[in-house]
Design a protein. Sequence first.
Length: 216
Amino acid sequence: MLACVEMCPMNKLIGRSLNINPLIWVICFLTLVVAMPCMSQAIVTSAGGSFPLFNGQDTSAWNQTGNANWYPINNGVAVNQGSGMLVGKYPFTDYQLQFNYKIDEATQFSLFTHCLDPNNIVPNSAIEINLSSTPSKGYGAGSVMGLIKAPKILVANQSNTVFISSESNQLTVILNGITVANKLDYQNFQAGPLAIQFGGGKLEITNFSAIIPGRW
């Protein structure tokens, strides 16, 4: 790279006063900026801004378990066969999540947060939010399993909007404009990745974005 820089016409124009080290940094920075749109991982584009958790091209920011046929769609991911999980590769502590999803009556879908052990995601090692149309153990759509039950919220065969916030061990869950949990205290779960659980039916998730307050 050094030889290339020294032969560059810009070097001849500027003359011997050129400081090569800053130029190398500029080249590296511009290369990174150009490459960003092609990178498969979610990229943070601005300080404190939102960033996508799916890029519409693959699921490379997630580890897959089970045999579900996850496939990319525009601004998201979908699945309609098998069962299993997508487990995020990066831990979250405080965050704001927002996404849209569509399911049918038979779909089993839940979101786990603060997974203490990504290799063994069970109800007592993560926070589970049921997003299925059918209640699970009496906890309907929007409920935080074992912590708070949601009122009846219709979610099948329509577009649904989810907002989830976790800050200082307080959880807020809003489904289709209905606040299920408002700064619900939880103490047993610290940093951990997200996990999406699918147990059959049809599921589409789009516009899944995250903000991590104060990190950048």
